[in-house]
Write a protein that binds this ligand. Structure first.
Ligand code: NAD
Length: 488
């Protein structure tokens, strides 16, 4: 199902690729140039009904398919993702705008989840204990839930969906996938490859849309569980609505991630780590370190190293051969939102140590570009220190004590990632022990966990109990049945 320029992205319903020119639709853009790539339909309850119906019909046979056979589909899927690796990475770059290297890195992380899920026979095994009472034995097995739904954000078109459906399907569930309407082309291609891998019709269904489609999934009586990744306001809505309708929910949300730099930090290693964290993927990462706090001195040295490094970042189109280290942000409206935050920072009294506005990219004048931007003299109460900006804007702050900095992070309301750069084991240990974030970096700028560990956001960065990936992912998509047996 190749989507050619300006085609409408198709849905996959019960094994059939479906298009309908009467559906309302919006354009999908290439952020590097602003040009339209395709259109995406904005579907609603009727299409979700068809998708859920197809998933429900496919469920009994898929649930009864031996786990090893389900795993074999994933083995083939993994091979197909490898064989089409460059094409999928290019698609990510085209509709998202991140560099090809970033697209490849994120796709690699996603494939690792497929590899993890391919070990499902072992991951599904239960426990047993003999003689829990005279003549009585007990065992537990993990069973799938039924029809599950997944709703994903724009910033990782392949990786975030791959946190969800490979594990859900490996566990024996069927699935309805609703990707971000900003990046539907990668979603179509990934689903197409899974069909090619031999997934039976109806086991995975694809619908496009926004709130109407999402709400139809959240309230559908047949849907047993919802996985969501996106912004905090929508995550709260998803969590509350789906839970009120009796569903299991995991909703990963927004973030504000802090990076502490102690005077003993090795700046030769720390500065590249902080730069990648702040400006990688143009700052559009839930693990982006967007506040650097120098603790106990050394602020001027850190600031000038960061400003120098930012000046060396080449910003430009990522959809062609060239030398861009950083691409555009995803859309014109998002660029405006990030610009608005720069105005807010200036109004609040922060000082621009580096201003990325007004960047002219001659090769692609229609793209959505902003150069790396660094605010200095940021105070803890400012909005640029508290709100998720989700763009290439870094805030610098100075504090005297480690505990004050940890306390600031713990009061931020978010808890995705937090990093410390130091050579002191004592300071690093205290940070790791006390900080209220679920993914901690010690001399690591982006401590995003890999497939076999949970993607472990805390507080306002996650709503629910069981995270995506790893054993928690398997626990989320299964429920345990405990059997006691006696044979008198
Ligand atoms: P978003 O919340 O705008 O959209 C996410 C999904 O929700 C999309 O599929 C979208 O169609 C849908 N949606 C949007 N508005 C909706 C509404 N009112 N009701 C129901 N559904 C709605 O998020 P985004 O801008 O696509 O993605 C960026 C956000 O995702 C950032 O906040 C980022 O931190 C977050 N994110 C978090 C993680 C994590 O693991 N915590 C990972 C990646 C991204």
């Amino acid at each position: 199902m190749t989507v050619t320029t300006l085609d409408q992205c198709p849905l996959l319903l019960g094994g059939d690729w479906v298009r309908d020119p009467t559906w309302p639709a919006q354009s999908v853009h290439n952020p590097s140039t602003g040009e339209a790539l395709a259109t995406v339909p904005l579907c609603g309850a009727p299409e979700v009904e068809r998708a859920v119906g197809a998933a429900a019909a496919a469920y009994p046979a898929w649930r009864d398919t031996p786990p090893l056979e389900r795993a074999r589909v994933l083995f083939r899927y993994r091979d197909l993702l490898e064989r089409n690796f460059n094409e999928v990475a290019q698609l990510i770059t085209r509709e998202h705008g991140k560099t090809l290297e970033e697209a490849r890195g994120s796709l690699r992380r996603g494939i690792e989840v497929v590899e993890f899920a391919s070990g499902i026979p072992t991951l599904l095994m239960g426990d047993s204990l003999e003689n829990i009472a005279p003549g009585m034995d007990c065992d537990s097995v993990r069973q799938p839930l039924g029809v599950c739904g997944g709703i994903t954000p724009f910033n990782f078109p392949a990786m975030v969906p791959l946190w969800m459906f490979p594990i859900a399907l490996a566990c024996g569930n069927t699935f309805v996938f609703k990707p971000s309407e900003q990046v539907p082309l990668t979603a179509v291609r990934m689903v197409e490859l899974l069909v090619e891998a031999g997934l039976p019709a109806g086991v995975l269904n694809l619908v496009h849309g926004r709130q109407e489609a999402v709400d139809a999934l959240l309230t559908h009586p047949v849907v047993q569980a919802v996985s969501f990744v996106g912004s905090s306001p929508v995550a709260r809505h998803v969590y509350q609505t789906a839970a009120a309708h009796g569903k299991r929910v995991q909703a990963a949300a927004g973030a504000k991630n802090f990076m502490l730099v102690l005077p003993d930090a090795n700046l030769d290693a720390a500065v590249p780590g902080m730069m990648t964290s702040a400006f990688g993927c143009a700052g559009e990462r839930c693990m982006a370190g967007s506040v650097v706090v120098t603790v106990g001195g050394g602020h001027d040295r850190v600031r000038s190293a960061l400003v120098d490094a930012a000046a060396a970042i080449r910003v430009g189109p990522t959809d062609r051969d060239g030398a861009a280290d950083m691409g555009p942000v995803v859309s014109a409206s998002h660029l405006e939102r990030v610009h608005n935050y720069i105005d807010i920072g200036l109004d609040e009294g922060a000082a621009l140590a580096r201003d990325g506005r007004g960047l002219q990219v001659a090769q692609a004048p229609g793209g959505y570009y902003l150069g790396p931007t660094i605010f200095d003299a940021v105070q803890p109460g400012m909005r640029i220190a508290k709100d998720e900006i989700f763009g290439p804007v870094l805030a610098l702050m100075e504090l005297d004590e480690l505990d004050t900095a940890i306390d600031l992070i713990n009061r931020s309301g978010y808890g995705n990632g937090a990093s410390i750069f130091t050579q002191s084991g004592k300071a690093a240990r205290r940070f790791r022990n006390r900080v209220g974030a679920g993914m901690v970096g010690i001399n690591v700028g982006v401590p995003a966990s890999m497939a076999f560990f949970p993607f472990s956001g805390w507080s306002g960065s996650f709503y629910g109990d069981l995270h995506m990936q790893g054993k928690e992912g398997v626990a989320f998509y299964t429920r345990q049945k405990v059997t006691m047996s006696r044979w008198p």
